[in-house]
Design a protein. Structure first.
Length: 153
């Protein structure tokens, strides 16, 4: 599932680039006012960031402070990874809960961006919700893998 999310993130980034190129052509060559491009690119970049984050975690491509590992034994490195994974899991559980409230409110009250294009806000909020859920699942998988390495499972 994480690889599919990584593929989605790349596709969203490529689509963002294409929309920006279209925006430049439309403004420069046709002197037209832009309406929907900026909002779409923003939504795509938010979706790419949140939904692609689970893939980044699964590939160990996220930022880490590995220099700390030089001062710790292998057993303590594993323990530190378990503790930080639990802290991150708790963060994403909170993010999932509060984002679900935002998505629900935006959907029920039909919130929009308030611009000319005026897309509904529950769509970009949903990408945060999906991304948080995917990160929860990925952190659970990471924690289980770390427990297996520790010999606790």
């Amino acid at each position: 599932m994480s690889k599919a999310c990584g593929t989605f993130a790349v596709a969203a980034l490529i689509l963002s680039i294409l929309v920006i190129v279209e925006l430049v052509f439309e403004r420069y060559f046709f002197q037209r006012a832009i309406t929907w491009q900026t909002e779409l690119v923003t939504m795509l970049l938010v979706a790419s960031t949140f939904i692609g984050s689970a893939y980044v975690l699964s590939e160990k491509a996220h930022v880490s402070m590995e220099w700390i590992y030089d001062f710790l034994s292998k057993k303590n490195i594993l323990r530190l990874k378990i503790v930080t994974s639990f802290i991150s899991l708790i963060f994403f559980l909170f993010l999932f809960y509060f984002t679900s409230l935002m998505v629900e409110e935006a959907f029920i009250k039909n919130y929009t961006t308030g611009t000319v294009w005026s897309p509904p806000l529950w769509i970009p909020y949903s990408s945060m919700l999906i991304g948080a859920l995917l990160m929860i699942l990925q952190y659970i998988a990471e924690i289980l893998k770390l427990f297996k390495e520790e010999g606790l499972i």
